[in-house]
Design a protein around this ligand. Structure first.
Ligand code: ATP
Ligand code: MG
Length: 145
């Protein structure tokens, strides 16, 4: 059931003292959605994407994780942060790619998005990104139902 899985993922992040005061909300139009997934890996993918929204933006960023059951299952991670330059969008899923917007405080390796993409593709799904400078970033994970 992906609904409690997402809830636990959010709670675990908010239980980390570094992120305890931040705004992460879960929106879902279903209470129960059974999917054939590796729960550890899907949690890893979603966690990587939420952590990006936290560490690459200011502390007042608002993050919404939305679960939607349409033709496929969609998990979107949306933030109202600084956004990513259009020219960089095609590179953010590359291994070791780090954006020019990364704050000096986050010493990452540039693997988080590449790992998330691998996990989603191994599940037969797809992951896409939309971003507008100054408005924010939305990642859409599509999983087969
Ligand atoms: N929500 C976001 N808002 C702004 N920039 C983002 C966001 N998500 C990703 N990025 C940009 O995409 C780049 C690649 O992200 P990725 O998770 O692969 O690497 P990282 O976060 O820099 O390092 P790591 O995940 O290994 O700690 C980041 O360096 C950052 O510039
Ligand atoms: Mg990252």
């Amino acid at each position: 059931n992906i609904v409690p899985l997402l809830r636990k993922t959010l709670i675990d992040i908010l239980n980390d003292s570094r992120y305890a005061d931040q705004s992460i909300e879960l929106q879902t139009n279903v209470d129960k959605l059974m999917l054939n997934i590796d729960t550890v890996l899907i949690r890893r993918a979603v966690t990587n994407l939420i952590l990006n929204a936290l560490v690459h933006n200011d502390a007042d960023v608002k993050i919404i994780v939305q679960l939607e059951q349409k033709e496929h299952t969609h998990i979107t991670i949306k933030d109202n942060g600084k956004g990513i330059e259009e020219a960089e969008l095609e590179k953010v899923f590359d291994r070791y790619y780090r954006g020019t917007n990364t704050a000096g405080t986050h010493a990452g390796s540039g693997l988080g998005m590449a790992i998330a993409k691998d996990i989603i593709q191994k599940h037969g799904g797809d992951i896409t990104i939309q971003s507008i400078i100054g408005e924010g970033t939305t990642i859409d994970i599509q999983l087969p139902t």
